[in-house]
Ligand binder design. Structure first.
Ligand code: NDP
Length: 451
């Protein structure tokens, strides 16, 4: 009756995962994409960002090497090499994603998909019909409408800047702003980060926010708090960033990282009767279904938990439910997340404030220390680790870390928390020594804040 069982609009992490998992269950699937296959994460997000972050850790390694006996000659950095090699890796991954679709028998149609009615999508001149339609169109950088905003770049353009800027202003205090502030600062750019709040990383545990900020400032990032950019003026030799507090900053590049908006306009959603939130996010139920029974949505376009592995899990759950007679929903608790700042952040579970709200009495374990490597290297960076335990049940309900390898360590703690581990079970686990991660197993003295 229809051309396909499943038609997906958007070939990013969520869309690709859903379509290629549907075909082995016998579904006929197609996907359309108006940009490169792979989506934000692969093409202009997580992957190139992490490669840039590796580059940004090299200067610290070189500095640290000296006290370990190494003499490293004049190390120099070539921006074009990093840009080119990152682009090559992105091309390779883009090819892998396209092959995955082809090998799974998912038809890839190039072009922007637009709903004509609940069962019909137009892609250019072509019209296709499907029993089920999945919206997986992701999100796009959102910037405030201020004079001169056209001179600013976003994370979309940052991987292809022609040269490493000497000076850079980064606006915003979220994941993207913090990560790029650390990357460019380490690569040698003079970075000023303008945040409208008191601290970076709204929504994260306060100790993470404070500890990371101190580390960022120690590394030389100029954080301007409680202010906003009112105007960007282009001069022949620089950009002038004016702030509402009357201050101004001369710079070479202005990068905005002030959040991302669901990419849901112009694809016929409202015309097809699909309800959107005020910010454009597709409204879905716990099974990712919209108010139109055969239309579903996963990933950032639904603005639930905007992370790649979440989009993939939402897509997988949907396919299991629809095509494998195995109803699944996504558990949004205990999703770890990482900020690839310098030092990096890893976090899973509740913040201290959330834990107190949900569990009443909690025990806080917190440790700040100089990592072993830094004793000899002379690096003054410090690590912060924090565990939150619900007093009554002894359940570990929050785990937060700022320091080398934090994302890798916290990722593993997430498994324990997902299994409902108690503090007693953490204590009974013997650590691998000497590691930073073992600290989570030997925290015995509750932290009592000095009022
Ligand atoms: P976030 O929502 O994390 O942060 C937006 C930041 O911009 C906040 O600091 C906010 O300030 C500020 N802001 C918003 N509007 C304005 C404005 N008009 N003027 C000045 N400041 C403003 O967005 P990001 O763009 O950093 O990231 C988008 C999403 O991408 C994240 O939610 C995350 O899910 C995902 N992501 C995940 C990564 C990871 O897992 N490592 C890495 C990168 C992105 P305030 O705090 O005051 O509200």
């Amino acid at each position: 009756m229809y051309d396909y069982d499943l038609f997906v609009i958007g070939a990013g992490s969520g869309g690709v995962a859903s379509s290629r998992r549907a075909t082995p269950y016998g579904a006929r699937a197609a996907i359309c994409e108006n940009s490169r296959v792979g989506g934000t994460c692969v093409i202009r997000g997580c992957i190139p960002k992490k490669l840039f972050s590796y580059a940004a850790h090299v200067p610290e390694e070189i500095r640290d090497a000296r006290n370990f006996g190494w003499t490293i000659g004049n190390a120099t950095f070539n921006w074009a090499t990093l840009v080119d090699n990152t682009a090559k890796e992105v091309d390779r991954l883009n090819g892998i994603y396209e092959n995955m679709l082809r090998d799974a028998g998912v038809e890839l149609i190039r072009g922007q998909g637009k709903l004509v009615d609940p069962h019909t999508v137009a892609v250019g001149d072509q019209k296709v019909t499907a029993e089920t339609i999945l919206i997986a169109t992701g999100a796009w950088p959102a910037m405030p409408d201020i004079p001169g905003i056209e001179y600013a770049v976003t994370s979309n353009e940052i991987f292809t800047l022609e040269a490493l800027p000497k000076r850079m202003v980064i606006v915003g205090g979220g994941y993207i702003a913090v990560e790029f502030a650390c990357i460019f600062n380490a690569l040698g750019t003079e970075v000023t980060e303008v945040i409208r709040a008191d601290n970076v990383l709204r929504g994260f545990d306060t100790d993470i926010r404070l500890h990371l900020e101190a580390e960022m400032e120690r590394e030389g990032i100029d954080i301007r708090r409680r202010t906003q950019v009112s105007e960007i003026i282009k001069h022949s030799d620089c950009l002038l960033v004016k702030c509402v507090d009357g201050s101004h900053i001369e710079t070479d590049v202005v990068m905005y990282a002030t959040g991302r908006a669901p990419n849901t306009r112009g694809i016929g959603l409202t015309e097809a009767g699909v309800e959107l939130r005020e910010n454009g996010a597709v409204i879905v139920d716990s099974g990712s279904r919209t108010n139109v029974p055969n239309i579903y949505a996963v990933g950032d376009c639904t603005d639930r938990k905007n992370l790649t592995p979440v989009a993939i899990t939402e897509g997988r759950a949907l396919v299991e439910t629809l095509y494998n007679n195995n109803p699944m929903t996504v558990d949004y608790d205990h999703i770890p997340s990482a900020v690839f700042s310098n030092p990096p952040v890893g976090t899973v579970g509740l913040t201290e404030v959330e834990a107190k709200k949900r569990y009443g009495e909690i025990t806080i374990f917190r440790s700040t220390f100089r990592p072993l490597k830094n004793t000899v290297s002379g690096n003054t960076g410090r690590t912060m680790m924090k565990l939150l335990v619900a007093k009554e049940s002894d359940l570990v309900v929050g785990c937060h870390m700022v320091g080398p390898d934090a994302p890798e360590i916290v990722q593993m703690v997430a498994i324990a928390m997902n299994c409902g581990a108690t503090k007693k079970q953490f204590d009974a686990t013997i650590g691998a020594h000497p590691t930073a991660g073992e600290e989570f197993m030997i925290m015995y003295k509750p932290f009592e804040p000095i009022e």
